[in-house]
Structure formats: structure tokens, C-alpha cells
Ligand binder design. Structure first.
Ligand SMILES: C[S@@+](CC[C@H](N)C(=O)[O-])C[C@H]1O[C@@H](n2cnc3c(N)ncnc32)[C@H](O)[C@@H]1O
Length: 377
């Protein structure tokens, strides 16, 4: 029994084939892939009464969710018949499953044929001064095509001082909610973050290590984004603080503290009812002019960090370059809500994107606009 055979049988719409497929479905020995294809082929047949009975009798029985998804798909596409519409609702209530909800949204979106169009683009670099939770309100919704940023790592640097970790996450969530509003539907937000350790208040106390990147997952989801990828930025070992020295001397188990040479780039997408292809289609055949060898093939990017005399935590330009290359098109508007020295802005201009930067510290604002390239608001 092959997938091709099932497909062929399903394509010819007659009662014999439909009954044959239903009988095949009962065979306990067939693989999950074949079963899935049988259900899909049954859905393509015409006899609504038989198809309805088949789904109703099988969809609430224990089965692989992949098979259930196919049954649900049929109920959606046949929902102009009231029985299927009601059955679809029952399936959703019964399983309370996120994929089923996503399928429903997508189906409704397709049915209503809502066309997405290119957003009105800003054409001049823009610097929004002050707290980003307020300054981002100056932007219209959906005017940004990509967000790449590195927020304060809780209280790791002098420019950040939050009264508690909970309060910090709460503030970050408010900024992410504004980011959600200004980002075009279906586009990416990429957050560079990693765990931090804060200083011990005294020798008798343990230091606290905060897994910020794990906690960002929750607030990104609450703001309306969904997880796509995690890219690991790997630095040369000599460029990071040495934590392993003590262990090398004592070699005592439990006291092991590896050197942390990685940071995360959390890649999330703004929830949309359509597939990424629809975002891509707007750029009419534009593609990258790079050789296969120049493409980052894995989610581990080896990049040396940069230091800057005026800012303690800057992006290496190469990191911005890669993010802009893989997640935006020339002409796009890109936002860094925690701009610092404005590295993303600088690289964006070089790569023919329009940057929108937010920064609240006057010292860094002056640094960003020292060449007067930005409109200030
Ligand atoms: C990690 S640094 C970003 C560095 C930047 N990636 C660069 O290449 O220079 C974070 C920056 O966010 C700024 N910041 C923190 N909270 C902010 C807020 N609520 N609104 C605007 N800027 C903020 C800080 O002043 C700091 O410069």
C-alpha cells in the first residue's frame, strides 16, 4: 500500500472508492502516514452523508492527532453543510487543541479573502527619544517590517535598574505589546538576550542567576508572538568572563561553572492567519545575491563581540548584518526599541533599510545622531 495509490483512489470520486477507502481505514496494520492520506482522500470524495458518518464515528476515538487534523480539515471545508459546521465545533471543544484553533482561523481568513497589502513605508531614519513604552505610540500600527533588539539584561549594567525581576519582566512585556502593535502582521521580532548573574549582596549570600531568555518566551507569547527559532550566537572563549578558573584549580564536582560563550537570538513571528509566503509574495521575486557558501546553514552563528568606549553592551555589526539579511528586504523599515549606541540603525542605513530607533538615555541619543541622519521625535 502506497501514498500514491491512496491519492489516486481518492481522486476518482465514486461511491465504490469511498467505501473502499473507509474499509482500508479499519486496517490496524497500516502506518500513520497512510491512515492520514486515507482520511484526506475520503474528505475529497462527494457523498456527504457517508463522509459525515465516517468522521463522526471516528473523530472522537483515540487516534494520532495528525489523523484527527485531517478529519477536522474535512469538516471545515464542508462546513457549508450545517452538520459539518456543528461537528467542527464539537471537535474543537472536545480536543481544545492549538493546531485546530489555528486551522479554524486560517480557514476563516481564506474564506473571507482578506487581502494583505504592503504597508506605507517610512523613508527617513527616525529616532524616538524617551521611554519606548510611550515613544512607540507615535508610530502607526503595522508600520514596521522587522524588530531586532537587545533589551537591558535586567540589572546587569548601569543603564538598567529595576526594583525587582518581576517588575523588569512586566516593563519588558509592556514594550513588547507596543512592538506587536507596530509590527506588520506575520513579520519577525528577534530578541538578543541571555541569562545574567547579579552581584551578591554579601559573601554569605548566594548570587542569583536569571534565565531571562526562558522568561522572555512567556512574555513574547502573551504579547501575541509565537516561537519560530532560537539562534545561538557563539563567541570566542577568550572574549567572555572566566568562570571555569576555580574549578580547574580545585576540580571539585558541584563547583563546576562553565564559561558562557553563547547568547540567544529568540526568533518569533507576529501571529497571522496566513503563511509566511504571503509576506514574501509582496516583494515580487526579490532574492538574495549571495553564494551558497556565504549562507549561515545552522542556528549557530560564530561572531566576535564588539566593545565600544561610549556604550557598555553594543551589537557587533556582523550580527545586525546577518539578521537584516535573513529577516528583511531592502526598503524595509526596521525597529530597535532599545537602541543604545544605534548599531542596528547604522547597519540598516548601509544595507538600504530605514531604521526606527528608540532610546531614553541622552548620552546615547547624542551618539546615535552625531551625524544628523535622523528625524527626531
Ligand atoms: C543592551 S543596550 C542596547 C545596545 C545596542 N544593541 C547597541 O548596539 O548599542 C539597551 C539600551 O536600552 C536603553 N533602554 C532601556 N530601557 C529603555 C526604555 N524603556 N526605552 C528606551 N530605551 C531604553 C538603555 O538606555 C540601553 O542603551
Amino acid at each position: 500500500m502506497t501514498i500514491e495509490f491512496i491519492k489516486k483512489t481518492g481522486k476518482i470520486k465514486n461511491i465504490d472508492n469511498l467505501l473502499y477507502l473507509i474499509q482500508l481505514y479499519t486496517d490496524e496494520t497500516i502506518s500513520i502516514e497512510i491512515k492520514r492520506e486515507i482520511v484526506s482522500s475520503i474528505g475529497r470524495q462527494n457523498d456527504l452523508d457517508i463522509i459525515y458518518d465516517f468522521i463522526k464515528n471516528n473523530v472522537f476515538k483515540k487516534n494520532y492527532m495528525e489523523v484527527i487534523y485531517q478529519m477536522y480539515r474535512t469538516t471545515l471545508y464542508k462546513s457549508s453543510d450545517k452538520r459539518f459546521k456543528l461537528l467542527a465545533q464539537d471537535i474543537c471543544v472536545y480536543y481544545d487543541n492549538e493546531v485546530l484553533y489555528k486551522m479554524t482561523k486560517y480557514y476563516n481568513y481564506k474564506k473571507n479573502k482578506i487581502k494583505s497589502t504592503l504597508v506605507n513605508k517610512l523613508s527617513k531614519p527616525l529616532l524616538l527619544c524617551g521611554d519606548n513604552k510611550k515613544s512607540l505610540k507615535k508610530l502607526d500600527k503595522e508600520t514596521i517590517n522587522l524588530i531586532f533588539t537587545s533589551p537591558p539584561y535586567y540589572n546587569a549594567r548601569e543603564y538598567s535598574d529595576y526594583s525587582s525581576y518581576k517588575g523588569y519582566l512586566n516593563e519588558m512585556k509592556k514594550t513588547l505589546m507596543e512592538c506587536y502593535r507596530v509590527l506588520e502582521t506575520g513579520r519577525f521580532i528577534i530578541i538578543n538576550i541571555s541569562p545574567v548573574i547579579t552581584k551578591r549582596p554579601g559573601r554569605e549570600f548566594e548570587s542569583t542567576r536569571y534565565p531571562i531568555h526562558f522568561d522572555f518566551h512567556k512574555i513574547l507569547e502573551e504579547a501575541g508572538f509565537y516561537f519560530v527559532d532560537e539562534i545561538i550566537w557563539i563567541k570566542p572563549e577568550p572574549s567572555v568572563p572566566n568562570r571555569i578558573g576555580g574549578f580547574i584549580q580545585t576540580k571539585k564536582p558541584l563547583a563546576y561553572k562553565p564559561n558562557c560563550i553563547t547568547e540567544s537570538l529568540l526568533v518569533y513571528r507576529k501571529t497571522s492567519n496566513f503563511l509566511l509566503d504571503e509576506n514574501i509574495k509582496k516583494y515580487q521575486n526579490m532574492s538574495l545575491d549571495i553564494t551558497d557558501n556565504d549562507i549561515e546553514r545552522s542556528n549557530c552563528w560564530y561572531i566576535t563581540p564588539k566593545s565600544n568606549k561610549d556604550h557598555p553592551a553594543v551589537f557587533p555589526e556582523q550580527l545586525c548584518e546577518k539578521v537584516l539579511t535573513y529577516y528583511s528586504y531592502p526598503g524595509d523599515v526596521v525597529l530597535d526599541p532599545f537602541a543604545g549606541s544605534g548599531t542596528l540603525g547604522k547597519v540598516s542605513i548601509m544595507m538600504n533599510r530605514t531604521p526606527v530607533l528608540c532610546e531614553q538615555n541622552n548620552k546615547y541619543i547624542d551618539q546615535i545622531n552625531k551625524e544628523n541622519k535622523y528625524d527626531i521625535r
